[in-house]
Write a protein that binds this ligand. Structure first.
Ligand code: TRP
Length: 458
């Protein structure tokens, strides 16, 4: 059957990817976002640089890749959203709550992810206008935050509205290849700055004494978030794959593209940070605090800054699209809601939960320091619960579901439809890692986040 034609069901309203390349670009668009370009540099900076980069790559290939294959094969086999995929295999059992967890996690992550994405969008204009307000002053303004938030969610709605082929795939095809090119431009620029070599050393020469037990766990968490794993986003994307498309090569293509983008993002950030005498361990604000300052001081910095934040907005948009697509696909498949209605409904819910997040950076005291939660902000609590707890929990459960409930053999046979060579040594290795390594390692991550929970007095 030709690529791009619907297989599995006669439900043509769902749509499929026009080509394998279209799928790879769209899935890479989901994976590559703020997680790579904003979060990866700051966690790398805070965890000592090069050694952490190696640790992260290890976590991606050992844990991320096997779970990515599991999510994709589950989605393609069932042709469904996470809830429908599970029901297609085990019927109406309590496993379906894993699907619900994924759908809910998508909505909640989207609710605060859109806020950061909105800042990124706002920083395009802030840079162009040479506006001198600090990051704190910027994030303090409730109305500005709300406006940027609405702008970003509307852009997301616009793309998801178009459906799989017309919307996500077309946009990803146009936007994704621009990313590495723009990053290269910034890298070349920052390498010409005097003092930048210290940043290159920090980033490329591993110092393993800088790693702690915590770094290992941070690397794992980043592997999850950055590859859009643990909530069924890749189940949903896999459901638009046709049977003859190759899950293994597509999956590895997506992950490799993500690592490339992360690596380039770090390369764009660290030489510049060191050249300007700034600290690489700036934390979550690294991109928003340090870079604009650098852009300000650099000749031609307005243009560099403009390109950078434009790039980050594009990357964030293809990610918010995938976060919205999960609950939308759920409503279309399970509740027979029309795509356009589903999109507006879920965008509305997102905005509802996004408002308190948007107001929790100083605009409203109550949300900035929640009275009963040790002064944490609403944003902190959302990110903690959904980013740190729900994703690893979901990922672990997806691994267990596919490996132990659906069965490695069934899953491997589905993968083999588009890749005959997978059966045998490859599927045996994959089965072992998915059965034992993934659940155990993720369980350790979960234990640690619970430990942190105790430390911060929750
Ligand atoms: N991976 C994206 C990023 O790095 C964020 C993202 C999109 C995501 N879809 C997801 C994270 C699904 C977890 C689950 O920015």
């Amino acid at each position: 059957m030709a690529t791009g034609t619907q297989t599995g069901t006669t439900d043509t309203a769902r749509g499929t990817w026009g080509s394998q390349m279209g799928f790879i670009l769209a899935a890479a668009g989901s994976a590559v976002g703020l997680g790579h370009i904003w979060r990866f540099p700051y966690v790398t900076g805070a965890n000592g640089g090069a050694a952490f980069v190696l640790l992260y790559i290890g976590a991606v290939f050992l844990i991320g890749v096997p779970i990515l294959f599991a999510e994709l094969t589950l989605g393609r086999h069932s042709n469904r959203n996470p809830v429908g995929a599970i029901k297609a295999i085990v019927g109406n059992s309590s496993w379906k709550y894993l699907g619900y967890l994924g759908v809910a996690t998508g909505v909640f992550i989207l609710s605060y992810y859109t806020l950061i994405a909105g800042w990124t969008f706002g920083y395009i204009f802030k840079t162009l206008l040479r506006d001198a307000t600090t990051f704190d002053q910027f994030t303090n303004q409730g109305l500005l935050n709300a406006g940027l938030y609405m702008a970003f969610i509307l852009m997301t709605v616009g793309v998801v509205y178009g459906g799989v082929r017309g919307g996500i795939e077309r946009w990803s095809k146009i936007l994704m290849p621009i990313l590495p090119v723009l990053l290269l431009f910034i890298i070349i620029y920052s390498l010409t700055l005097p003092g930048s070599m210290a940043g290159v050393q920090f980033y490329l020469r591993p110092d393993f004494s800088s790693l702690t037990g915590q770094s290992v766990l941070v690397a794992l968490g980043q592997a999850f978030f950055a590859n859009s794993l643990g909530m069924g986003a890749m189940v949903t994307y896999g459901s638009y794959l046709s049977k003859d498309q190759n899950i293994i090569t597509s999956g590895l293509g997506v992950v490799s593209f993500g690592i490339l983008i992360s690596f380039l993002a770090g390369f764009a950030v660290f030489p510049a940070v060191f050249a300007m005498g700034q600290s690489p361990a700036e934390g979550a604000a690294l991109v928003f605090v340090v870079l604009p300052e650098i852009f300000n001081m650099m000749p031609g910095g307005i243009l560099v800054g403009f390109i950078f934040f434009l790039l980050l907005s594009i990357a964030a948009l293809t990610s918010t699209v995938s976060l919205l697509e999960v609950p939308v696909a759920f409503l279309i498949d399970e509740k027979a809601v029309r795509r356009k209605v589903a999109v507006w409904l879920m965008a509305g819910v997102t905005v509802l939960f996004g408002i308190p997040s948007a107001l929790s950076f100083g605009a409203v005291d109550f949300f900035t320091e929640l009275p009963l939660l040790a002064g944490l902000s609403f944003f902190d609590v959302m990110d903690y619960i959904f980013g740190n707890v729900a994703l690893p929990l979901g990922g672990m459960m997806f691994a267990i579901f596919v490996a132990w409930r659906w069965g490695i053999l069934n899953a491997a046979n589905e993968i083999a439809l588009g890749n005959r060579k997978f059966l045998g040594v490859q599927s045996a290795a994959w089965g072992f890692v998915l059965r034992y390594v993934c659940p155990v390692v993720i369980f350790v991550v979960m234990l640690n986040t619970t430990g942190v929970l105790g430390l911060i007095g929750l």
